[in-house]
Write a protein that binds this ligand. Structure first.
Ligand code: C2E
Ligand code: MG
Ligand code: MG
Ligand code: MG
Length: 281
């Protein structure tokens, strides 16, 4: 219990950190060394199909392991990786780890999709998508089991290029998810241009939805848009039972958040699945 509380506190501090004035940033040498030595690990958070109670998939979230006990959250190193040309290597590593893990779970009977977060910075590099596609082809994962999440608010500098890369990933069979929806600017335009399969409503539009009328209105219209566009809608960061119940009652497709289950190391995720996927709160 204490361990889980510590985890939540650490995680939420990491998220609330303004990355532009981040004082906890990890030295570049440590990041390069971590890539060389395999010190990046993935935790996996369940995405629950709200209407059926089935597992819709798991989201891979990267952590940096430092020493025996410490783990560093992505808010403290993704920006440096983006600024120092390391992000493509990191993303490649994450896709590889996630694809391998998905195969291991499949062998154990856990048939699940896995989502990986990509940085918009990588869309400036045509080679990156080719490398990722080659990697997926080489690994045994079925492309239908891989979803790429792209944060809406991140600046896509070259829209034509990003569009061609994302379309290639989609055509190969992978799912495409628009992450943190509601926090960016050109969202609605991008929705019609990029072949997304999923939309994740940002936590800021979910927290307190059971009692906040304006959030309900935004959610209802986003759901209606998703239903018409054939997109799966995911509510992220659900922490409270009343919010979970509200979203379920009002037709939300998929729910994710500490209320149901936090990100977990692969062995815990497997144990949780074997235990019948109970809500962990
Ligand atoms: P995201 O993709 O929107 O992921 C959701 C974040 O919210 C995760 O934080 C997750 O641990 C946290 N979270 C989940 N449920 C709850 C909840 O109920 N309440 C609260 N307060 N938080 C919740 P995390 O793991 O620290 O990741 C932060 C962001 O870092 C991610 O946001 C994603 O944009 C980025 N990120 C994570 N892994 C990767 C990666 O492998 N590559 C890239 N490029 N970015 C990554
Ligand atoms: Mg995500
Ligand atoms: Mg994000
Ligand atoms: Mg998100």
């Amino acid at each position: 219990k204490q361990q889980m509380e510590d985890y939540f506190r650490q995680a939420s501090q990491s998220i609330s950190t303004d990355t532009t004035k981040n004082s906890k940033s990890v030295p570049l040498e440590e990041l390069e060394q971590a890539l060389d030595e395999g010190n990046f690990v993935l935790h996996y958070q369940p995405k629950m199909s709200m209407q059926t109670g089935k597992l819709s998939g798991v989201e891979a979230l990267v952590r940096l392991r430092r020493g025996e006990r410490d783990i560093i959250f992505p808010g403290d190193f993704i920006p440096q990786c983006e600024q120092n040309g390391l992000i493509d290597r990191l993303s490649y590593e994450v896709v590889q780890l996630a694809a391998t893990q998905q195969q291991r779970w499949m062998e154990l009977g856990l048939d699940t999709k896995v989502s990986v977060n990509l940085s918009a910075v990588s869309f400036d590099n045509d080679q990156f998508s080719q490398d990722v596609l080659d990697l997926i082809q080489q690994s045994k994962i079925d492309t239908e089991h891989m979803i790429f999440e792209v944060t809406e608010s991140e600046v896509i500098t070259d829209m034509a290029k990003a569009l061609s890369i994302l379309t290639r990933l989609r055509l190969s069979g992978c799912g495409l998810s628009i992450d943190d929806f509601g926090t960016g600017h050109s969202s609605v335009k991008q929705l019609t241009q990029i072949p997304f399969t999923e939309l994740k409503v940002d936590r800021s539009l979910i927290e307190g939805i059971a009692s906040k009328k304006h959030l309900q209105v935004i959610f209802e219209s986003t759901l209606s848009m998703c239903n018409k566009l054939g997109l799966s809608i995911v509510a992220e960061g659900i922490e409270k039972k009343e919010d979970w119940d509200y979203l379920k009652r009002n037709g939300c497709h998929v729910g994710q958040g500490y209320y149901y289950a936090p990100p977990m190391p692969e062995s815990d995720l497997l144990g949780w699945w074997q235990a019948g996927m109970p809500a962990l709160t």
